[in-house]
Design a protein around this ligand. Sequence first.
Ligand code: GLU
Length: 582
Amino acid sequence: MIIRRLAVPAAAILAGGSILLVQPATASPPGVDKKPVAEGYGGAVATVDVDVSRAALGVLRRGGNAIDAAVAGAATLGVTEPYSGGLAGGGFMVYYDAGHRRVHTIDGRETAPRAMTPASLEGIPFDDAVTSGLSAGVPGSVAQWELALSRFGTISLKEALRPAIEVATDGFTVDQTFHNQTAANVARFKDFTSTARLYLPGGAPPAVGSTFRNPELAETYRQLGRRGGDWLYGGRLGAEVVATVKNPPVTPGSTRTVRPGLMELSDLAAYRAVERPPTKVTYKGMDVYGMAPPSSGGSTVGEALNVLEVLPKVGLHEYLEASKLAFADRNKYVGDIPGVPLKELLSDGFAKERACLVGERALAAPVAPGDPDGSYGCQAPPPPAQAERTPPEGPETSNLVVADRWGNVVAYTLTIESTGGNGIVVPGRGFLLNNNLTDFTFGPAPGDPNLPGPGKRPRSSMSPTVVLDDGRPLLAVGSPGGSTIITTVLQILFNRWDLGMSLPEALAAPRATQRNTAQVQAEQAFIDRYGPELTARGHSFALNPEIGAATGVEFLGGGRLQAVAEPVRRGGGSALVVGGHR
Ligand code: GLU
């Protein structure tokens, strides 16, 4: 745990659990051009990684559209950012189709095996579940890529995988972030023969500046391109995934208890990526589209924006309060269950009722959830709720945004959950398994909408977001960071439209995250700058060294695009445009 300077009272850092903290990377290796902002025409890409951005941009340059480029980028991310996402993970994609002027979303979230019950995770220490077969959900990414390409793309899966195969074969230059993420995982990677062989060559994390190749992943992608998703969803690759989950390749002599998983080949065969209607709220005249359940991203960002919109004046205090209230409702009502009251959670009436509770001083947190029952009016503040366990969140996951020359836009967040997923590489195949089933509530928790269940998708916080103005794309954004994803996206939108920042400023600005917890977690620069005034209004702070690693794109008008990645967080991202001129 890294504890740095904290100028205002704070009791604990990241109370609620241990997380894998990765030292922020400081510099890219020489020769790697990582620009966080790029402006131009004909298409734009922003990702956390220069190889990923280049792969996606190459697809755009060869005439592919935003969906083609997003899938190619995601597959390449599985090579160069393998601890954040890949073919055995899942994710959510929000897509604006310029031809039909419609927003679509594709849910590629993992599912629980059919043998999973609400009690399956009860009593299991969180850290044990993290590195286990039990936490591996049925992978959604490959089905999502195939669905996205067949519905909206112009190239085959085989073609979309080509740039990733090249990078996996030729290798990429190990940067500080990759090195640090590997180093933070040494203790568990060495406990699995397959993982140690791939990611700890010679027994140690690959050195910064060295070339890292993954020929086994290249071959996996090659075969996947030839055979299609069925190879995973019921075929030989699927059988190997199941065998690994049930019988993880634990290194002889390791003392780690590794719980086997419940996944069967029939679970893989039953998996489907799903097209879902997006969530939509109107904010300051713009239409903000996000992900519906099983993600809580769209409903929570949307509710908080609705609350902010009805408040007479807004600043950072109101941003924190709106987020606090929206999280109380998320926790109570949102999960992969029938009957989530989405329409009411996103209604103006409910927002007004919740906004009545926002005063000069911070509400004591946790606040109780509201009642989205369709009948609204100002209520007396309810007594504070019981503290809920906030699962630890690390800097995992990845978001990429792509816009193409036709005006199509993709915001796509993908993940294998923890940095390094469950830590287990499928032997000989070159990829890690996810541990997204740790996003379920472990229980016992009667009535909790996010308990595990057969075939159920764990509640996510991923919040890929597309904003339209007058029916035309204006902005797309998303971020990693577990449940802080929601507040990062919200804060970026708030910075952009309420505090008048440009998109690069809105991404770079120091962050704070209020998820209905007693303390606000915030980056040091936020505490330094705003801590005293917000403490005076009743907020208290805990340090979170780094929140999110966002990417976004803005349509500046006249066809000009601005792609934006992080300047510093997670080592800085990479923004590229197709052409500098019209
Ligand atoms: N599993 C997380 C979610 O779906 C994303 C991973 C993370 O960023 O922590 O919300």
